[in-house]
Ligand binder design. Structure first.
Ligand SMILES: [Zn+2]
Length: 491
């Protein structure tokens, strides 16, 4: 009984976690009134002789007891049931036995011999409350009592939280053989085991992958009310038997269930979202896996190999760079660097900042930071200054490999692309792409550029450079150039 309680708890935890995914499905969680109080109870499928059975009113777990409706006996255990309403007694005839059980009574009669049963095995009246005016009163019987009286082994797969009952067969074979199993079904034709189901990416699409061990015939059908797609794998068993639910939601699919449907059929069910009547699923069948890709499965964002960009905000700390009171170049450089960092990170790039606060960093250290972090490109941000305050506009510098002791690649394409996009996004005066041997672009091994974003010595340009809106235009231009560069050079 302890195990059952633990399972109930796990079930509840599981349903709580996945309740959003299964909120729209019908029978996992219902209200039942019993012994004068109403409880929310988990419904459970029951496996009888290897076959998953469903009843009109579902089986459920209350406390530590699994209850099944009385009709379970006639529908699935090969017995007949007569009901006496005045005494609330059921007379069950099965296997040449006559069994009388009574609601709320621990007295049970088997061929008129009285047995006293455990109070937890007592049959009950239960009201299945399906909401509004839809309620049904039913006699429910603990599954364990049925197993005990009718000669079934009962087990409970703790991992799957599924009750399983199997008819105990006598050696002489005269025990009830009137089960609903197809007599052609037997374990000897099992050739495949369904192991597990996972959500994975296949061919760049989200997919449901059913791991199995062999090729078998698979019957596919659409069922309605509610709409679901069913895949029956023949000659198959499900590891551990039982019944699983997965909160897998891909496109039209809102959940996946798998069960040992009959003794040799494993059924996979894709529950379909409300309002979708003709879901389409691409089926790919390999020996070791069955792949189901909903047609509207989102494409996985292409896995870019990690691209590392070093951003270098010029100057800092005691070195203000160029100034035009009250503006300091180091502040503008850092503001743009931080904005660029955020924007590039959102695009999935990995960013190294040579500084992200108002500190001084040696020029050689800046180059080393980029080199030591295997940066793919290096971008240094500066503002220009000139004695003639009318000078204005934007320029981008790079160092040709022949003028650098370490550079392995040509930086000019990066400089040109970023420059072109910057002129487009800012509308600044185009002063050109130029060569230089500044330490940070000379001593960096990777393609490196130094952007003079504008002249702080020009009052008009300085007043633009300090604004968020103009800084955002600069960031936009750099990003467009960088993306064009990586698209072109396919890094
Ligand atoms: Zn500078």
């Amino acid at each position: 009984m302890k195990k059952w309680k633990a399972c109930l708890f796990l079930l509840l935890v599981f349903m709580f976690i996945s309740s959003s995914a299964f909120a729209a499905s019908s029978t996992e969680y219902i209200k039942v009134r019993m012994n004068g109080s109403t409880s929310s109870v988990m419904t459970v499928p029951v496996i009888v002789n290897g076959k998953l059975v469903n009843t009109n009113d579902p089986s459920f777990i209350l406390g530590s007891t699994t209850y099944v409706p009385m009709s379970f006996i006639s529908d699935h255990c090969g017995g007949t049931v007569e009901w006496n309403e005045s005494t609330k007694t059921a007379t069950i005839k099965v296997d040449n036995k006559e069994i009388k059980i009574t609601v709320d009574s621990s007295n049970v009669y088997v061929n008129n011999n009285k047995q006293v049963i455990d109070s937890k095995l007592v049959p009950k009246m239960a009201t299945y409350d399906y909401g509004s005016s839809n309620a049904r009163v039913r006699t429910v019987v603990p599954l364990r009592l049925i197993a005990q009286l009718l000669g079934y082994d009962i087990s409970f797969d703790e991992a799957k939280c599924t009750p399983v009952i199997n008819k105990v067969t006598n050696n002489n074979g005269n025990s009830g053989n009137n089960q609903s199993d197809n007599p052609n079904n037997n374990q000897s034709n099992i050739v495949n085991t369904v192991k597990e189901i996972k959500k994975e990416t296949v061919n760049g699409r989200e997919a449901i992958v059913i791991y199995k061990t062999n090729n078998v015939e698979i019957n596919q059908q659409k069922l309605t009310g509610p709409v679901r797609l069913v895949f029956d794998l023949k000659a198959s068993v499900l590891t551990g038997g039982g019944y699983y639910q997965y909160a897998i939601s891909i496109g039209a699919v809102k959940g996946v269930r798998v069960s040992q449907f009959t003794s040799d059929v494993v059924r996979v069910v894709l529950d379909i979202k409300d309002g979708i009547n003709n879901p389409e699923v691409e089926v790919i069948n390999y020996k070791d896996k069955l792949i189901l890709i909903p047609k509207d499965a989102p494409k996985e964002t292409p896995q870019k190999p990690s691209i590392i960009i070093s951003i270098d905000a010029g100057h800092g700390g005691y070195d203000p760079g160029a100034t035009n009171n009250p503006y300091k170049e180091k502040d503008i450089n850092l503001q743009v660097a931080l904005k660029l960092n955020n924007a590039l990170k959102k695009l999935g790039y990995d960013i190294i900042m040579t500084r992200d606060s108002d500190v001084f960093v040696e020029l050689n250290d800046r180059a080393n930071i980029a080199n030591n972090n295997n940066s793919n490109i290096f971008i240094s941000l500066h503002c220009n200054s000139f004695t003639d305050s009318s000078a204005h506009g934007l320029e981008v510098y790079y160092c040709p490999p022949e003028k650098s002791p370490v550079k392995e690649e040509d930086s000019k394409p990066l400089a040109q692309m970023v420059y072109d996009e910057l002129i487009k996004s800012t509308g600044a005066k185009a002063r050109g792409v130029k060569e230089a041997t500044f330490v940070v672009i000379k001593n960096t091994k990777m393609p490196a550029i130094l952007i003079e974003m504008g002249f702080i010595s020009n009052n008009e340009e300085a007043n633009k450079l300090i604004t968020d809106s103009y800084q955002n235009k600069i960031v936009e231009g750099i990003i467009n150039g960088v993306q064009k560069y990586f698209n072109t050079y396919n890094k």
